[in-house]
Design a protein around this ligand. Structure first.
Ligand code: AHG
Ligand code: MN
Ligand code: MN
Length: 333
């Protein structure tokens, strides 16, 4: 089989669609290289002394794992010097990280969840990295947090790396979704899936059902109908999966179909769910839509939400179109 590298793919996509100028290609390649480094650390585990807690908290009050901090540092260092970025933002940093003065400033802005699925780090279950790329607003001189507050429709690229039995990179620049597998011996990303399409019909759903008692009525109705199985209103049996790494759950859905949900609930009524809009929900929504799926917050398209804060949270329903449309329609009922 002919091997297509990430670089070759990016160059060919630029020739076809004119959507990946050299500076964006550099950005994607640098992020992909950083993910290789993270993958290497993840793979070392206890042998690399990367497991366990970092004894610190991030801005959302979550205890940071060593790998959260290490991955954040790897992404920052890799992306600082290339001249392709104006600033970065991350789940693990309270505010934005402008590019230091000693380096030239570029036209893109990068957001990331350096390590997604932190609760799975110490138990050797798949985890990942999620990233989203925006353009700096016209005429921006000194980047501020406000410059990042663009709706997901403005993303020029989004992707994730999943560190599982294989390390994979799933990427969109707005012309479909491609998947690359890391060839560990060669150190290169090789395309292994082109134009991934989420199966429209599904019998699988993903939700943390330990929160069932806190769910709002539309979510409860939707799940109850699926649980009722063949003799219920849906007329078929469903299966449930919950990995607790959004990256791994989304990766399964891209390949096999299904719906992933992290709704807002009554536990903390002021909290709009758990997941963060700008570096978790938006990039995943972009990928899912590019693969023929849908992503809403229960009311509207996630990518059309105007962000108000860098670390804002959002309810998430994404995956196979018909299922996401159904649970979204229950919210309107
Ligand atoms: P992170 O590790 O970046 O904080 O994200 C974890 C997220 C997401 O990946 C996952 O789907 C969800 O949290 C799991 O939440 P529960 O622990 O409530 O199952
Ligand atoms: Mn996450
Ligand atoms: Mn994280």
């Amino acid at each position: 089989m002919k091997r297509i590298s990430l670089t070759q793919h990016l160059i060919e996509e630029q020739r076809l669609y004119n959507t990946i100028p050299a500076s964006l290609r550099l950005l994607i390649e640098v992020v992909a290289r950083a993910c290789k480094t993270i993958s290497h650390s993840v793979g070392k585990g206890a042998l690399g002394d990367v497991l366990g807690s970092a004894n610190s908290e991030n801005v959302q009050g979550e205890v940071q794992k060593k790998l959260d901090v290490i991955s954040n540092e790897i992404l920052l260092q890799a992306n600082e010097w290339g001249g392709h970025l104006a600033a970065m933002a991350s789940e693990e940093m309270e505010t934005i990280h402008p590019i230091p003065n000693r380096y030239p400033m570029g036209e893109y802005m990068l957001l990331f969840d350096p390590l997604d699925g932190s609760s799975n780090i110490d138990v050797n279950v798949s985890i990942g990295t999620i990233f989203s790329v925006l353009k700096a607003p016209e005429g921006m001189v000194t980047p501020t947090e406000k410059d990042f507050l663009q709706p997901g429709t403005m993303q020029v690229a989004a992707g994730y790396a999943v560190y599982g039995p294989q390390t994979m990179l799933v990427l969109t620049t707005g012309n479909g979704v491609q998947c690359f597998t890391l060839d560990r011996e060669m150190g290169s990303w090789v395309m292994t899936q082109r134009d991934i399409q989420i199966p429209a019909e599904t019998k699988e759903f993903a939700i943390n059902s330990s929160n069932a008692r806190h769910w709002h009525p539309p979510v409860k109705r939707y799940i109850d109908e699926m649980l009722a199985g063949r003799t219920g209103p849906r007329g078929k049996d469903f299966n449930m999966r919950w990995i607790a790494s959004m990256v791994a759950d989304v990766h399964r859905i891209l390949n096999r179909g299904g719906i992933f949900m992290y709704p807002a609930d009554l536990r903390e009524p002021d909290k709009a769910g758990k997941l963060r809009l700008m570096y978790e929900a938006n990039p995943m929504a972009f990928i899912v839509e590019q693969a023929g799926g849908t992503a809403t917050n229960g009311q509207k398209r996630i990518m059309e939400i105007q962000p108000e804060k860098l670390h804002q949270r959002v309810p998430v329903f994404l995956g196979s179109k018909s299922e996401v449309e159904r649970v979204t329609s229950y919210h309107a009922a």
